[in-house]
Design a binder for this molecule. Structure first.
Ligand code: KIV
Length: 273
């Protein structure tokens, strides 16, 4: 049972997400990469489940999000979509699938939608992917933008540090945010930028912003599930709030199981046929 009470069981749509900003209701987004976790976070009542390319880190053990492929994202996406009864499911378009030929980007987004049953896609970047976004939107696919620390560009940035701390980059981010809204994106993720800037962008836009490491002035928040539950142990950036310590609990529970197997205590008479 969730500690949060969901007001209704209606499927969350882009219209509702936009309305939440108008109503001043904060949006809760979280990642998931499989059916079981998707079912649980859906039951808990999040509005959006993001099949983030952070799957590359937390599911595959890669250092960056660069190695994950379109077909792998589709497998994760399919299983998440099956578990989400109420929440909207968004899928990250992975590295190398939308920054070249915009028509290929459109084909890749269509493939994601057709093969996963998701409700939309998320793309990292601003003016440099304008045509790709236009074509994906023209195909009728909802798009969530993503600005600030866009992890697919980590090699270009030279690390995972705060973005848009300098005026020139902050101004570009504001222009890109306006452009994404004008093109028709229904929401925008802002990652690891100064809280003051995130609030300015949020106040200026009609579409909702969803922050991660961007302070409390955005219209919603997103966290990586494995980070906030303490499964991805050792990853403790300043912006992360740990809601559980499942990593320790899992190691402890499996240790108890091993002890029971080795001592012959498991299974007992009630646990056999
Ligand atoms: O891949 C991801 O999980 C993300 C969120 C951190 C926004 O893009």
């Amino acid at each position: 049972m969730s500690s949060y009470t969901v007001s209704d069981n209606k499927k969350v749509t882009t219209k509702r997400i936009r309305q939440m900003k108008a109503d001043g209701e904060k949006i809760a987004m979280i990642t998931a990469y499989d059916y079981s976790m998707s079912s649980l976070v859906d039951e808990a009542g999040v509005e959006i489940i993001l099949v983030g390319d952070s799957a590359s880190n937390v599911m595959q053990g890669n250092f960056t999000t660069v190695p994950i492929t379109l077909d792998e994202m589709i497998v994760y996406g399919k299983t998440v979509a099956r578990g989400a009864k109420r929440a909207m499911v968004l899928i990250d378009m992975p590295f190398g699938t939308y920054k070249g030929d915009p028509y290929e980007a459109q084909r890749n987004a269509i493939k994601i939608m057709q093969q996963t049953g998701a409700d939309g896609v998320k793309l990292e970047g601003g003016s440099e992917i304008r045509e790709a976004i236009e074509l994906i939107l023209r195909a009728g696919i909802p798009v969530c933008g993503h600005l600030g620390l866009t992890p697919q560009s980590v090699y270009q940035f030279g690390g995972f540090s705060l973005r848009a701390g300098e005026e020139a980059e902050a101004e570009k981010l504001k222009r890109d945010a306006r452009m994404l809204q004008d093109l028709g994106c229904f929401c925008l993720v802002l990652e690891k930028i100064p809280a003051v800037l995130a609030k300015q962008v949020t106040d200026e836009l009609q579409i909702p912003t969803i922050g991660i490491g961007a302070g409390n002035g955005t219209n919603g928040q997103v966290l990586v599930l494995h980070d906030m539950l303490g499964i991805n142990r050792g990853f403790k950036p300043k912006f992360l709030r740990l809601y559980d310590n499942l990593g320790d609990q899992i190691v402890n529970s499996v240790g108890n199981y091993i002890n029971d197997v080795k001592s012959g205590d498991f299974p007992n008479e009630k646990e056999q046929y």
